[in-house]
Design a protein around this ligand. Structure first.
Ligand SMILES: [Zn+2]
Length: 303
């Protein structure tokens, strides 16, 4: 025992500590979905938490003092970029952690490398309440983008913690292999609904719709983040009836009553989907969430 302790203190003198004594990287993600992907790639070398409960609209979270403390102590802050988290900059300012501020090594914007959709030719004004002014920020809902996000995370973890880059690369390869197998299955599953169309409460399904070859281009919200008006709803109902649309897709935190009223007047159904990991028990990880959403759409849009 005495010999062991002597060796240990000698190692510590030289700044060398046994592998099990290493502190995991403290990662704070804005969304549960990003936290899940970081854990998949980082494994035991990361300690991950997230700010926004998947049961609330991620655009409009109010971070708590405990969230500020988490960011203050973080080695890495992972977020969606664009204007998804309208609460992100105030949170970073309140935390004052220079390691994770915009442009610092400990900041990771997951929109990097993503082919963004609905990027406006001209910057619209926020006066109309639009919260998608840089393009549609809900890109994580396509599994093809999940691959890019996992690669971006592996690269960043390898920069911050190069000693374990082999492990991150291995975890990435395993995840991409699993996801590619699922993508092939999902594409096959969705053939039956190719070309079909749904209406949504909020404009958050464009990436998944693009992946599946379906249309989701009309919304109960007149602009992203703006509640429905009677005039707008009337126009949507006419559109649905004219096109023979069968379903209105809705997350758990969006107002079911508004969607159900439209569904009953147009003789359609409300189709629940999830926007983030953990929103319901069936969506416990990224692949399970994709599986759930694609299964729901495939079932709900068949004639
Ligand atoms: Zn949105």
């Amino acid at each position: 025992m005495r010999i062991f302790l002597s060796i240990l203190s000698l190692l510590m003198c030289f700044g060398l500590t046994p592998a099990h004594a290493e502190r995991p990287l403290r990662v704070v993600a804005t969304l549960s979905t990003f936290a899940d992907l970081v854990k998949i790639i980082g494994g035991d070398y990361v300690e991950v938490s997230y700010i926004a409960s998947p049961k609330f609209n991620p655009h409009f979270i109010e971070p708590k003092p405990s969230d500020v403390m988490k960011v203050k102590k973080a080695d890495l802050f992972v977020h969606a970029g664009l204007d998804l988290e309208v609460w992100r900059d105030p949170l970073l300012s309140a935390a004052g952690n220079l390691k994770v501020m915009s442009g610092a090594e400990g900041e990771l914007d997951l929109s990097r490398g993503i082919r963004l959709l609905e990027v406006p030719a001209q910057m619209p004004s926020r006066a109309e309440g639009d919260i998608h002014i840089y393009g549609n920020p809900h890109y994580w809902l396509s599994p093809e983008n999940g691959k890019q996000m996992a690669k971006t995370i592996a690269e960043k973890l390898s920069v911050i913690n190069p000693d374990h880059s082999d492990i991150y690369q291995q975890n990435l390869n395993d995840f991409l292999k699993r996801l590619d197998q699922m993508i092939a299955d999902w594409k096959k599953q969705a053939e039956i609904i190719r070309g079909r169309e749904a209406v949504a409460y909020h404009n958050e399904w464009v990436y998944l719709a693009d992946f599946l070859g379906i249309g989701v281009s009309h919304f109960l919200e007149p602009n992203p983040g703006i509640p429905p008006t009677p005039k707008h709803i009337k126009g949507i109902e006419q559109y649905m009836l004219g096109k023979g649309i069968k379903a209105i897709v809705l997350t758990t935190f969006e107002p079911a009553r508004a969607a159900e009223a439209v569904a009953s007047r147009t003789n359609t159904s409300v189709l629940p989907l999830c926007q983030n990991v953990g929103e319901i028990p069936e969506t416990g990880d990224y692949i399970a969430m994709m599986e759930y959403n694609i299964h729901q759409l495939t079932k709900g849009l068949q004639t």
